[in-house]
Design a protein. Structure first.
Length: 194
């Protein structure tokens, strides 16, 4: 096994997702993940604290990108426009590997209560980070919290459509997340008319 091969982190995530899907989360061991990825067990622990951390590996980066985009939105941007800037920033960091992993991670999460709980915590963390970024822009707390929740939902909906959609196109993620945000904005406006 190569000790310092590049891409070990990505290979570990791919191996784990495949094993979780094939044999279930509970039946998969760290040793199996490391072996499938072609790395040592100690390499696994250099990248992840445990196997639960594999599916939330990019949460810190995603939170950072979303909040940076919100912070860098034009001064006059409303809360949802700032959220849109965060979505564009975060979407720009998503590439072919993310697109490939999306459906596989979704399948692995669907069959594991523990992974579903971890995914829910990830969602809460992303919303909290976006809320804090909006409050830092002067957006009142309830409005910031609602805009952040809409932003998380837009990201999830856009990502799902992008990763599960037509593989023949080279579209980036941003148009999908922005379209989802526009749909949710329209749905929110319709609520006041009901």
């Amino acid at each position: 096994m190569a000790r310092w091969e590049p891409g070990a982190r990505e290979r570990l995530v791919l191996a784990a997702v495949d094993l979780f899907t094939e044999q279930g989360y509970d039946a998969t061991t760290v040793t199996q993940i490391a072996e499938r990825a072609g790395v040592t067990k100690s390499t696994f622990f250099r990248h992840f604290a445990d196997k639960r951390d594999l599916l939330v590996a990019g949460q810190e980066t995603l939170s950072r990108l979303l909040t940076e985009g919100i912070a860098e939105a034009p001064a006059g941007a409303g809360p949802l426009d700032a959220v849109g800037a965060g979505l564009v920033r975060a979407s720009g960091a998503m590439g072919p590997l993310n697109r490939e992993l999306g459906p596989r991670i979704k399948a692995a999460v669907a069959v594991s209560d523990e992974l579903q709980q971890r995914d829910a915590l990830k969602t809460v963390g992303l919303a909290a980070a976006m809320t804090a970024a909006l409050i830092a822009r002067g957006v009142p707390d309830p409005v910031a919290a609602l805009a952040a929740e809409i932003g998380v939902l837009a990201f999830k909906r856009g990502f799902a459509e992008w990763s599960e959609g037509d593989r023949d196109n080279d579209h980036e993620l941003a148009p999908y997340t922005l379209a989802a945000l526009a749909e949710l904005r329209a749905a929110g406006a319709a609520l006041s008319q009901v």
